[in-house]
Design a protein around this ligand. Structure first.
Ligand code: MG
Length: 413
């Protein structure tokens, strides 16, 4: 049940919490399956969904026995129906993931990229808890997602490791009732949020050395194992830029009060600083199953320790300022965030095109920020009132980026 301020009453009964895993075959989805499997009897997966990975989806369905399985690619639906246990309902098509985003107490959105927006909106509008790994939907959808978040019962618990850390730190200052009021940040002694960045595979390299990096170089992340899109974003620091906007949207903190520090070990997942100069941090080994479990169990905790630290072997923790000249994507994200309205949606669309073009060998790694900057230069943001406004901004960002990719690729480099 939902109490006045959106605080959930935790049932004493041993009834399992129902979970819908959207994007279940990707990196977040498969790790969510790990968490659910480890916490025996605590969660029941009632729905699974993926874009097109039939084999893995069917294998998950045989193991977890959900009531419904969704696949976006309709051409694979018949094959999927053959492979899942009899009695499992198969949904297919563009709206299939949305359809499974309302039928559980907790909806895990592990969809990759802007395609996660309908899932985010459907879960929030249905008054569900959204365990949000898909940052792009919040960043691009900003004002529209915030309106859906005001639905009684709806709440976002971030699965992004940095925001999960900030959530844990802020909770120690605001309490759970204060957390339920977000993004309206209650009067608090918070001075600033400090997001940590691993720095990616190219930390310490200057602009000239970055001109010739390959796709394989960019995909070799030193601390986190993630999908290709986020790994490239991590190498450019766009991932951190997106996370700055994500922090602004989630916690209602102004851009002047969000800082980024490079921390190569990825053990301090982020921090908050209070007005008296104290810093509160959350530390654990880099393992996404901790934030996934945190989001599933909040305000309780899961009983499996996925990120426990062995202090006898941890060694040192280092911190340094990000190199904004070598990694211009971070500054571009602050710029888009401060512009507000649909500027982040445009930037996000342009980034997805630029990352695809780099992965496809059409542009160089150093061209990624050039493409995004070109898109932002030529775009006039508006205050979005509807999903259509967000979709239009995303499309504009993509079109402007495609044009910029064409110019750069045509320059014979
Ligand atoms: Mg992150």
């Amino acid at each position: 049940m939902v109490l006045g301020t959106g605080v959930r009453q935790v049932s004493a009964a041993a009834e399992p919490t129902t979970v819908s895993l959207v994007g279940s075959t990707g990196s977040i989805g498969t790790q969510a399956v790990d968490v659910v499997t480890a916490e025996v009897g605590r969660y029941r997966v009632v729905a699974l969904g993926a874009a097109s990975s039939v084999g893995r989806l069917a294998e998950q369905a045989r193991r977890l026995r959900p009531e419904r399985v969704a696949i976006v690619d309709t051409s694979r639906a018949a094959e999927l129906q053959e492979l899942v246990p009899s009695g499992t309902e198969v949904l297919a098509g563009e709206g299939a993931l949305e359809a499974i985003s309302t039928a559980a107490e907790v909806v895990v959105n592990g969809v990759v990229g802007f395609a996660g927006l309908p899932v985010t909106l459907a879960a929030l509008r249905a008054g569900r808890r959204l365990a949000l790994a898909n940052k792009e939907s919040l960043i691009a959808g900003g004002p529209v997602v915030q309106a859906a978040r005001a639905t009684p019962g709806a709440e976002i618990i971030p699965v992004d490791s940095e925001h999960c850390a900030v959530h844990q730190c802020l909770r120690s200052v605001l309490g759970e009732i204060g957390m339920a009021a977000l993004p309206h940040l209650p009067a608090s002694p918070l001075r600033r949020v400090v997001l940590t960045a691993s720095g990616g595979p190219f930390r310490g390299r200057g602009r000239p050395e970055l001109a010739e990096v390959t796709v394989a170089d960019a995909l070799a992340h030193p601390t986190w194992s993630m999908g290709p899109k986020i790994t490239i974003d991590s190498s450019t620091l766009m991932n951190k830029g997106l996370e700055v906007i994500e922090a602004h949207e989630l916690f209602g903190v102004g851009y002047d009060d969000i800082d980024v520090v490079v921390h190569p070990q990825s053990v301090v997942h982020s921090m908050i600083e209070t007005t008296d100069g104290a810093t509160i941090a959350q530390l654990s080994m880099p393992d996404m199953r901790l934030p996934i479990g945190y989001a599933l169990a909040y305000p309780a905790r899961i009983s499996t320790a996925f990120g426990a630290i062995d202090w006898s072997s941890l060694g040192r923790l280092d911190f340094e300022a990000p190199d904004r000249e070598a990694f211009p994507c971070l500054g571009l994200a602050y710029r888009a965030g401060r512009s507000g309205g649909t500027a982040p949606a445009c930037m996000n669309g342009a980034n997805e095109v630029a990352v695809d073009a780099f992965l496809g060998g059409r542009i160089r790694w150093v061209d990624i920020p050039e493409v995004i900057a070109a898109a932002l230069d030529d775009y006039v943001p508006i205050e979005p009132a509807t999903v259509t406004d967000v979709l239009d901004a995303d499309r504009s960002g993509r079109e402007l980026a495609v044009a910029a990719v064409g110019r750069l690729a045509g320059a014979g480099r």
